[in-house]
Design a protein around this ligand. Sequence first.
Ligand SMILES: Cc1cc2nc3c(=O)[nH]c(=O)nc-3n(C[C@H](O)[C@H](O)[C@H](O)COP(=O)(O)O)c2cc1C
Length: 284
Amino acid sequence: MGFGFIEVGSVTPLPQPGNPKPRVFRLPEDQGVINRCGFNSEGHEAVYERLSLLPPPGNRKAILGINLGKNKTAHDHVHDFTLGVEKFGPIADYLVINVSSPNTPGLRNLQHREELEELIEAVVTTRDSLPGTHKPPLLLKIAPDVSEDDKQNIANVVLRSKKRIDGLIVSNTTVTRPTSLQSPDKEEVGGLSGQPLRTMATHAIRDMYRLTHGSVPIIGVGGVASGHDAYEKICAGASLIQLYTGLIYHGPPLVVKVTSELEELLRRDGFSTVTEAVGADCKQ
Ligand SMILES: Cc1cc2nc3c(=O)[nH]c(=O)nc-3n(C[C@H](O)[C@H](O)[C@H](O)COP(=O)(O)O)c2cc1C
């Protein structure tokens, strides 16, 4: 389809059904989606069995990220993530610590300072002690709704000298509901994605790029449905782009549309690579 990389998940340690259906709502008038899936997952074992059929890291045609979640009933949140690092570290090109889904009670609290520091310390230590030489980068996926204080705390975890995170994914869905929403399902409980999230996510990328001084890669995500949307996120500080809801409304042709439009915009502004444009907004 033209993607440069793929991320699977979130995967929880034990199988769990997620929330009762219906749990995904299209907001067509707004080009958005509200979901409260709640990590419906077949669990580590089933996902591992499938993914371990792929060639090992380094021998694959595309980069494979594995996004880790926690079970709804887990008592020890940190342990669920370290289990994921142990299980999937050896076969992932990168791992995601997802602390930003709004549909698992208590999960987003892991973005607060003390909880975050404890979590990152534990997952980095587990990653560093994986057997063999393959130590995949760890990326933290954050919500667009984090407070200014939490943004600074997250940046501190990136900037500290030891046990630091290798990158950020900005952002997950929002629990806010912009007043511009038109669709009848706009009040459904869950995380809002797609076009109504776009600007909010881009602002969060710009904030995190500034606060981390561009020292780690940021994967930009939220409402991307054109080359312009991708370019906006790259100029705000994203080194890679993901999309999900756009694919729901536009289907597979969207990927080539985004990449070819992006190429044109880069050329127009005199950039010969994506890398040159990363964070361009913050350098002016
Ligand atoms: C139906 C649905 C399920 C999602 N499930 C997950 C998930 O399990 N883990 C996760 O990190 N993000 C999940 N997301 C969030 C997306 O990965 C993405 O961060 C968000 O939707 C914003 O991007 P978009 O506007 O391109 O969809 C989900 C989004 C949707 C629409």
